[in-house]
Design a protein around this ligand. Structure first.
Ligand SMILES: Nc1nc2c(ncn2[C@@H]2O[C@H](COP(=O)(O)OP(=O)(O)OP(=O)(O)O)[C@@H](O)[C@H]2O)c(=O)[nH]1
Length: 548
């Protein structure tokens, strides 16, 4: 857009410069044409005068009159000159002067000033044909004066002068270049060398307006072009004008054609105004098209992009609001459909995801449960549901360390059923299992009440850890177990001791220290159990740490 305006502006500038130059050249041509016409007119007058003065009868009559003052010759002169005046319509008067500058004869009535040529003019006219302007009559009318010598051989016999009206020049001064303000001004140097207008000024408002002189114009304005003799400045009205001048040699006149600058450059101004109006129109059209494009294309595309970005970022609620009946409208509709579909798919995925999560949670719970189960199974004995030997060893290790820290005593009861093998042998293995389960229940119940720990150590062998207890406390605890076992009265058909299941128990206790090991506690309990078995079973034996 900017480059288009720049190109148009450059074109306007070049075009305006071209028009300006054309106008100036046209003005110079008009000035040249005027100068040519005036020059031709002057040549015509001069050649007519030459023709008249070269006539033999006139020359003979003038010679006769000059030499003898012959009145008949004077009559003949008047007759010839009258004929000559009639032959050229623009001739106003024909005058014959003697070589001394005194008037010999005149065809028309004269004012007093024309009776005698001044010596300067006389000398000029004797030497060659001269064209000047002069003022005649009481009313001070300006006329063209063409004069030259009459020769008889090499002898000058007189000066023949013709006066012609300025009318042909006035006619020529009307506009011929086509400008309303066009004015032709002819100037001639006066006696002081100043250029004075010799044609009436076309726009002078009053007769006493001083005629504009070319010298004045040259002084106040700068010359624009030497070739076309162009001047610009203000004329006698104070109006800015553009002028072109041409110099004539004979007469020594300056032909100046001037036009008002306002008039001269009107086409340029009109073109510039038209260009500005067109540019304004183009700008308005571009703005309208821009707004139209923006509202019909850019805005919907930006809206589409925004909705697409929102959808891409996971916000499926945004929709296109405006639809046009074109490809963009179809695209907007499709984007909305796509968003609707995405909402459905998203909801479906969310449901499936939620179900998967729930399933995973359930599986996780089952896994945790199974792990707990496994952990429990790994720590317990499947038959009696008591802790197994590995758990006993871990618990003993922890309690041992804790007792080291607290300095409390730790006791262990090792319990073995008496003649258990015979239950298996006589009643069957299942009865043996049932016996073991019931013994386990008794032990668990007893230990749970005290907060101590019980585990199945081997086949029919059990270990009870009595926390913070010495041997006496452990014995009391063992007695309680023996009592509960007796109350349970688990049948034993083949025991040498009783009809019910009995147990032998070995007890030990010690204050744990870093120079002893937990295994020593179990070994001492085992030794006490061995003693109980050896001393008759169904009894409690103790072995202290100092009995090793
Ligand atoms: N039914 C059953 N029997 C078991 C289990 N574990 C070990 N036994 C049996 O327990 C019996 C242990 O017998 P022994 O070590 O000879 O001892 P006992 O018969 O109790 O004799 P004393 O201990 O000397 O009084 C063996 O016959 C084993 O087979 C079990 O889990 N179930």
């Amino acid at each position: 857009m900017i480059s288009m305006l720049s190109a148009a502006g450059a074109f306007l500038f070049v075009s305006q410069r071209y028009m300006e130059t054309s106008i100036e050249s046209h003005l110079a041509s008009v000035a040249r044409l005027h100068a040519q016409r005036i020059d031709e007119f002057m040549n015509f007058l001069t050649s007519e005068l030459r023709l008249i003065s070269s006539r033999t009868p006139l020359r003979k009559a003038v010679t006769d009159y000059v030499d003898r003052r012959d009145n008949a010759a004077l009559d003949q002169i008047n007759s010839i000159l009258s004929d000559a005046k009639r032959s050229v319509s623009s001739f106003e008067n024909l005058l014959l002067y003697g070589i001394d500058g005194k008037l010999i004869t005149s065809i028309s009535a004269l004012s007093l000033e024309s009776q005698q040529l001044d010596s300067g003019m006389r000398d000029k006219l004797l030497s060659n044909y001269q064209v000047t302007s002069t003022i005649i009559g009481a009313e001070g009318r300006r006329v063209i004066q063409v004069g030259g010598p009459m020769m008889d051989g090499n002898r000058a016999i007189g000066i023949l002068v013709v006066l012609t009206s300025m009318e042909p020049l006035r006619a020529a001064s009307s506009g011929s270049g086509g400008w309303v303000s066009e004015e032709l001004i002819i100037t001639e140097a006066d006696a002081k060398g100043h250029d004075k207008a010799i044609t009436p000024l076309r726009f002078a408002m009053a007769e006493d307006v001083p005629p504009l002189t070319l010298t004045q114009i040259k002084e106040q304005d700068k010359i624009k072009s030497d070739e076309r003799n162009l001047l610009s400045g203000k004329d006698y009205r104070g109006v800015a004008v553009l002028a072109s001048t041409q110099m004539l040699k004979n007469p020594a006149w300056t032909i100046m054609v001037k036009i008002d600058q306002d008039d001269a450059f009107r086409p340029i101004r009109d073109q510039r105004d038209l260009w500005l109006a067109m540019m304004l129109l183009v700008l308005v059209l571009v703005a309208i098209i821009g707004v139209w494009l923006s509202s019909y294309f850019t805005m919907p595309i930006l809206g589409l992009a925004e909705v697409a970005v929102m959808i891409a970022s996971g916000d499926f609620k945004r929709r296109m609001q405006h639809f046009s009946r074109d490809e963009l409208g179809m695209l907007s509709y499709s984007v909305n459909r796509m968003a609707d579909k995405l909402v459905d798919v998203s909801a479906e995925l969310e449901t499936q995801l939620r179900l998967q999560h729930e399933r995973a949670d359930r599986l996780n719970d089952q896994l945790i449960h199974a792990n707990n189960e496994l952990h429990w199974l790994s720590r317990t004995d499947s038959l009696t549901k008591l802790f197994n030997r590995r758990t006993l060893e871990e618990t003993l290790e922890n309690e041992w360390l804790r007792a080291i820290r607290t300095g409390h005593s730790l006791a262990a009861i090792m319990l073995d059923l008496d003649f258990f093998k015979s239950i298996n042998d006589i009643s069957g293995h299942a009865s043996g299992d049932e016996c073991l389960r019931r013994v386990g229940s008794v032990l668990k119940e007893t230990v749970q009440r005290s907060g101590d720990f019980v585990a199945r150590y081997g086949g029919e062998e059990f270990v009870i850890l009595v926390i913070d207890a010495n041997i006496e406390h452990a014995c009391t605890f063992a007695e309680r177990i023996r009592t509960r076992l007796a109350e349970e009265a688990i049948p034993h058909p083949s025991s040498d001791l009783a009809p019910v299941v009995t147990a032998s128990m070995g007890i030990t206790a010690m204050i744990p220290s870093n120079d002893r090991s937990p295994q020593e506690l179990l070994d001492l309990a085992d030794r006490a159990l061995y003693l109980a078995k050896a001393r008759g079973r169904n009894r409690i034996e103790t072995v202290g740490p100092d009995q090793t």
